[in-house]
Design a protein around this ligand. Structure first.
Ligand code: GDP
Length: 374
């Protein structure tokens, strides 16, 4: 019998009790979907080879976070040449950015990324200062259009995205189309710049042009500097597009409907461990029977948190209304156009969490956009 295809990675797990990063070898057996872990420091098996259906090969790339028996593991390297040769090109990374002129169309553009079999590994809404925009485009500082470009890039919110996938750099640039949106409309009418851009400065979106620039640009947005912080943290409510809705590919459609109807002031992709997810849902503990399942759902994968602001109004109840009844079965009967009716499966995998009580809007937004990120 042929040997099962086995991929090997180095993974890290941050242990909150000891405040230490533990390193393991992580093995994935493609044919049988089995996993196995080896403790590198103590030189012994940590997890015996066992079936683990929820992990797919596409989830395994450098920088990915996976959850194994409630432990969140970050893949930091390939652990053998076979895995590197097989997966390195398949897991190329690029930095995409939706520019201010297309920000309200960000959901449609995210949908185009998801539909192209590219994976979104990180995503953050930012508002760049003039200095930050000047730094991002520093290579063009001698060009005549530079001042205009810097003004434009700092004129409104942007969405930075880390895209991962086979030939991600070239694929994303092909989806973008020519630099000048007018040329794009003539030559590539289906491209993103043709559909959502205006001219040669305001051209809807950006994509890295090489591995090296991708690394620098991803570090600019997702490294420790955290440029362009934009959350309001007051007069606001919180919306979460849950992991099961992301797995089903609904994130772009949901973001689009939210952007068309609300004033979005912060957005970011998160992954939580059990301790943080339990803390966030603490108010439901002992109150709703689904508490444990809600925590399980939230830690099962990536999700997108969105802050919606409205001064002088009641953003919490407006968003609740838009999401519809908590149970999607009921929502489909009573409010068929609501987000949960469209994208939810059941009471736990109901696509969207939204703040319940008016006084909790600021607390929930602060939890993600202030406490967790600091
Ligand atoms: P890209 O890789 O396709 O984004 O193009 P470049 O790296 O050459 O340029 C960076 C950005 O500068 C573009 O996306 C445009 O927003 C802007 N830009 C580039 N060339 C021109 C130009 O000739 N005139 C103006 N006004 N803006 C330009």
């Amino acid at each position: 019998m042929a040997q099962a295809e086995r991929y090997a990675f180095v993974v890290e797990n941050f242990d909150h009790h000891s405040s230490m990063n533990w390193r393991y070898q992580f093995f994935y057996y493609l044919d049988t979907k089995e996993i196995e872990m080896y403790d590198i420091k103590n030189k012994r098996t940590f997890l015996k080879r066992c079936p683990y259906d929820s992990i797919e090969r596409d989830m395994l790339y450098i920088g990915a976070k996976i959850v194994v028996y409630s432990r969140q593991l970050t893949i930091v390297d390939f652990a053998d040449t076979f895995t590197r040769n097989r997966l390195q090109k398949k897991t190329e990374r690029t930095c995409a950015m939706i520019k201010p002129d297309a920000f309200l169309n960000a959901g449609k553009i995210v949908n185009a990324i998801v539909r192209s079999n590219l994976r979104i590994n990180q995503l953050r809404m930012c508002k760049l200062t003039q200095q930050e925009a000047a730094q991002f485009y520093a290579v063009h500082s001698e060009r005549p259009f530079y001042p205009k470009l810097v003004d434009f890039m700092s004129s409104g919110p942007i969405l930075a995205i880390e895209i991962v996938g086979e030939d991600a750099i070239a694929k994303w640039r092909s989806l973008l189309g020519p630099t000048n949106s007018e040329t794009a409309r003539a030559e590539r009418p289906d491209s993103i710049r043709a559909k959502f851009g205006t001219d040669n400065t305001m051209n809807a979106a950006h994509g890295s042009d090489s591995d090296e620039t991708a690394t620098t640009e991803l570090d600019f947005f997702f490294g420790s500097g955290r440029v362009g912080q934009c959350a309001n943290l007051s007069d606001c409510t919180l919306c979460i597009i849950k992991p099961s809705a992301l797995v089903a590919g609904y994130q772009g459609l949901a973001i689009d409907q939210i952007l068309q109807n609300f004033n979005v002031t912060a957005m970011e992709l998160f992954r939580l461990d059990r301790a943080n997810a339990g803390e966030f849902f603490e108010v439901y503990k002992g109150v709703v029977p689904e508490y444990n399942s809600m925590v399980d759902e939230l830690i099962s994968g990536d999700f997108i948190a969105i802050e919606i602001s409205e001064s002088g109004g009641n953003p919490v109840s407006a968003l609740r209304e838009f999401c519809g009844p908590a149970d999607p079965e009921i929502a489909r009967v009573l409010r068929p156009k609501s987000l949960r009716a469209q994208f939810g499966v059941n009471k736990v995998q109901n696509a969207i969490h939204c703040t319940d009580l008016p006084e909790d809007g600021e607390l929930e937004s602060n939890y993600f956009f202030n406490i967790l990120i600091s």
